[in-house]
Design a protein around this ligand. Structure first.
Ligand code: FE2
Length: 197
């Protein structure tokens, strides 16, 4: 069973304190090893994210391979993030997220590069760009990511909001270029700026 679960709020109006996160499950070596090899190539952030995404596409697991049954059901209090692996040298972390229908992140950006992979359900992503001299945001893209889709991104240009718009539980896997066990979150900033049409 999982040792601990972290609950994230549904709205962007709640400020979340970062707390160190305990590793909550075991990530298969077949997943960790190719990710580690890609990270150790020592590329820049964007290139590392692309290399990790390529590695992950080749070994993408099913949800049951990374999470026991109970957390795969989701939690009505908010989408759940389960830390699966924190690399001992701090260079990357792997987590799984579980979303009930309608649950969403705040609008946020990230502390480092990130690779996301949808394993179950569909995740709807909105990408935003700064506008009005940084006083507002403007929607720049929408994506619907089905099972098997793997996306890589690196700051800047990584402001987004993710939502489960389907009617079933969505589960995704996330690789971050940072030590989430120490930082407690991958989020650099939550945005509550107005969104221009
Ligand atoms: Fe994100």
């Amino acid at each position: 069973m999982l040792a601990s679960l972290r609950t994230m709020p549904l709205t962007s109006t709640v400020h979340r304190e970062a707390h160190p996160a305990a590793v909550a499950a075991t990530c298969p070596d077949s997943l960790v090893h190719p990710i580690r090899a890609a990270v150790r190539r020592g590329l820049g952030w964007a290139e590392t994210a692309d290399a990790v995404a390529d590695a992950l596409r080749a070994v993408l697991p099913g949800p049951a391979a990374i999470l026991p049954a109970s957390p795969r059901h989701g939690d009505p209090s908010g989408y759940q993030s389960h830390l699966l692996h924190a690399e001992p040298d701090g260079t990357f972390s792997i987590s799984a997220m579980v979303w009930l229908p309608g649950q969403q992140t705040p609008i946020h950006d990230h502390v480092a590069w990130c690779v996301t992979a949808v394993l179950q359900g569909r995740e709807h992503e909105e990408i935003f760009a700064p506008a009005d001299g940084g006083q507002a945001l403007r929607l720049s893209a929408r994506n619907v990511n089905p099972p098997g889709s793997v996306s890589a991104f690196a700051p800047p240009g990584d402001i987004h909001r993710v939502r489960n718009t389907g009617d079933t539980v969505a589960i995704s896997m996330h690789v971050y270029g940072a030590d989430i066990s120490r930082l407690g979150t991958s989020i650099r900033r939550e945005y509550t700026l107005p969104i221009l049409p």
